[in-house]
Design a protein around this ligand. Structure first.
Ligand code: FAD
Length: 410
């Protein structure tokens, strides 16, 4: 346990760290990458350049400090971090590297205000959190390796099929090069892929599994990030996958993980509502297919909001599912439709996903909500569902980036 003194010092100094949050975390990452370049492959350079990673760490440190005497509050955050860390193969030996650079950065940024006592308290607090994460991460690694078909670290997969889902989204079907079995995963979980960066290093990205579990392949569906000029160049990995990966190419893949998943054992009797924004449809496709197959009695509502039909992935897949499953109702919501709105058994309309659409589709039914999409979409959904008094434990969401912007509505 942490000493009373440590808790007191960490809480008292938290506002100072918060005030210097972005400077501190920027200094920290620069310092760590120059002192310990071996950790570079674990970080996304685009997130670094855009300042997202720094903001994510700053908000995590502040949340930890604010709740240090009530760590139960951080249970969900700890699970999310542990899942992300294991997806990236973060190991116990990485924690001292982060710890040393973090403490040195506090000293270097705060100067004489960072007394030995303060540094010692933060060192103890960091070590305490690190032990919690290391313990949970060991469990996740063991579980991933011990399930039938499971593995530890990276396994080589062959691209067995490449399929265009829309003008910007392509699916990649992946089969193990060793021809061994695949593990079952929970619908909604993701895998991590590792690719070379051309300078002798590698980089990793997570991709949700976009089909229900099956014994033959894993499928990811990747949106090509085109970028927006000099300030935001094209996304590195998504373009590499779209442009360079062909049938027969080989990829390094880490095991499925993640805490955003459809739990078969829970609340099968409550209606299920799946709401996707843009490429956020990927984990929800896996959930949709699984729910329809496993719970034919359960009422399932599926809403996909996106720019237009050209960029929309899985439109015909959802239409086909609708013809096969009477318990599914679905709606496509387009911001800027390019064609006359056609229904094909599925409602379609123009605009944002809003209260009136939810009202029409769901009414006042008590339901479990799963949603995924870009940050503004997540913020909007969270606001809409709170306004409908949907309990926190019935709202589940996935975010495709560092968690920083979520702090505003978490
Ligand atoms: P990056 O190179 O990482 O760039 C990301 C963005 O930053 C781009 O828009 C780019 O324009 C911008 N950028 C690049 N450099 C800079 C710079 N110097 N300054 C400012 N901005 C810059 N994606 C999917 O397509 N499908 C999925 O199913 C999916 N599932 C995910 C699941 C999880 C759990 C997570 C965390 C992410 C998921 N993602 C998914 C997102 C995916 O991991 C990648 O983040 C995405 O493909 C972009 O990676 P990239 O290498 O192409 O872009």
């Amino acid at each position: 346990m942490l000493s009373e003194k440590t808790i007191e010092i960490v809480k008292a100094t938290a506002p100072v760290l918060q005030e210097h949050g972005n400077t501190l975390t920027r200094h920290f990452y620069n310092r760590m990458f120059s002192h310990n370049p071996e950790v570079l492959p674990y970080f996304n350079r685009a997130n670094q350049a855009a300042g997202k990673q720094q903001a994510a760490l700053a908000s995590a440190i502040c949340a930890y400090a604010a709740n240090i005497d009530n760590l139960g509050q951080l249970k969900e955050a700890v699970e999310l971090i542990a899942q992300k860390h294991t997806s990236l193969q973060i190991k116990p030996e990485h924690y001292p590297i982060v710890g040393e650079n973090l403490l040195a950065s506090i000293r270097e940024v705060l100067g004489s205000a960072a007394t030995d006592e303060i540094i010692a308290a933060w060192g103890e607090a960091y070590g305490f959190l690190a032990d919690i994460l290391i313990g949970r991460e060991a469990q996740i690694y063991r579980a991933a390796a011990s399930v039938p078909g499971g593995w530890e670290g990276f396994r080589r997969f062959i691209v067995s099929k490449k399929e265009q889902e829309s003008s910007v989204v392509t699916s990649f079907y992946l089969t193990p090069e060793d021809k061994g079995p695949l593990p079952s995963f929970k619908p909604g979980q993701y895998i991590t892929i590792r690719v070379p960066t051309g300078d002798g290093l590698t980089t990793m990205r997570q991709y949700s599994l976009s089909a229900k579990p099956n014994s033959d392949w894993l499928r990811i569906s990747v949106k090509r990030e085109d970028g927006a000029g000099i300030s935001a160049p094209p996304g590195y990995v998504s373009n590499l996958l779209h442009n360079s990966l062909t049938v027969g190419s080989v990829l390094d893949v880490a095991p499925p993980c993640g805490e955003f998943f459809l739990d078969r054992d829970l609340n099968d009797d409550r209606p299920l509502v799946l709401i996707a924004g843009g490429i956020g449809i990927t984990p929800l496709m896996s959930m949709l297919q699984s729910a329809l197959e496993n719970s034919p009695q359960r009422q399932v509502t599926f809403i996909h909001g996106c720019q237009n039909e050209d960029v929309q992935a899985f439109k015909s897949t959802v239409e086909n599912l609708k013809t096969q499953h009477a318990n599914l109702i679905a709606h496509f919501r387009y911001l800027d439709p390019q064609k006359p709105l056609s229904s094909n058994g599925i409602g379609a309309s123009k605009g944002f996903i809003d209260t009136s659409l939810l009202e029409t589709m769901i009414g006042d039914r008590d339901a479990d909500y799963y949603y995924c999409g870009p940050t503004p979409f997540l913020a909007n959904m969270h606001r809409l569902l709170n306004a409908r008094n949907v309990p926190h434990e019935q709202q589940h969401f996935e975010f495709f980036g560092p968690k920083e912007e979520l702090a505003a509505f978490a």
